[in-house]
Design a protein around this ligand. Structure first.
Ligand SMILES: [Zn+2]
Length: 258
């Protein structure tokens, strides 16, 4: 994994991830909630669209360049900008039919925002545990995580390169569920040992993120979903200790070459 910094324009033959937001639960100063732009093989997919992600996205691409949006679960810090993206596409940009892959429960909640549903902006498709999609040049696989309601961890492959994203999960699930050969893992690390972490089963600590990624054989790790009240520096330190190698935080606007 190579951190290309904030100005990178990845080559279409590469698999690259740009962090559009990595703040857990609510947006923090200068950071949006969860959102990751995955580009490769000429295909551009947005994984999660939490509050603030649409603003971040426009620093890198136009919304009409999205080939698909994938939303992991129905908690609003992961989909809050989907209705706003719908408004942008429908009312301003005159663009429709963007595939929207998400769980049945998420689709109910998001469509419920509008009297007339999502209109023609999106073409919704329900995904669940085991779903295996092809979007342009990218293969996307889904695995149910340990987080209520139904939540899907995602793996995206381009050729022999792969990135896996935990979405939200407790430690009863890990990136290992998405198979071997993960080059870059992006794993939530909501809690800190330093804060007197008490396991709630719904989210991981940074230590758990590091340990489980190591056990899964993940080649490189980014930790994410640290809430604004937490310390990204401590999360990186605790995750690195458990991982046994340096771990980076998922830095907003940075593009990572997988
Ligand atoms: Zn959640």
């Amino acid at each position: 994994m190579t951190d290309l910094g904030t100005e990178a324009r990845p080559d279409s033959s590469d698999l690259a991830v740009t962090v559009l937001g990595s703040s857990g639960t609510y947006a923090g100063p200068g950071n949006a909630c969860s959102g990751y732009l995955v580009r490769g093989g000429g295909t551009t997919v947005l994984l999660d669209a939490g509050p603030g992600v649409l603003a971040s996205l426009q620093c890198h691409i136009r919304p009409t360049e999205l080939d698909a949006v994938v939303v992991t679960h129905s908690h609003p810090d992961h989909w809050g900008d989907v209705p706003i993206l719908r408004n942008a596409l429908h009312y301003v940009l005159g663009h429709g039919g963007v595939p929207l892959y998400t769980t049945a429960g998420t689709l109910d909640v998001v469509e419920g925002v509008f009297d007339d549903g999502l209109g023609d902006a999106f073409r919704p498709e329900v995904i669940t545990d085991g779903s295996d999609l092809t979007v342009g040049g990218l293969r996307i696989r889904c695995s149910r995580t340990a987080h209520p309601p139904e939540t899907l961890g995602l793996r995206v492959d381009l050729g022999d390169r792969s990135v896996a994203y935990s979405a939200d999960t407790g430690p009863a699930w890990s990136l290992a569920e998405l198979g071997d050969g993960i080059d870059l893992g992006i794993c939530e690390a909501t809690w800190l040992q330093a804060d007197g972490f008490e396991a709630d089963g719904l989210h991981m600590s940074a230590e758990q993120a590091g340990r489980l990624a190591k056990e899964a054989g993940v080649a490189d790790l980014l930790v994410t979903h640290v809430p604004p009240t937490g310390s990204v520096e401590l999360a990186v330190a605790e995750a690195s200790d458990a991982y046994g190698a340096p771990v980076d935080p998922a830095r907003i606007h940075h593009t990572y070459l997988v």
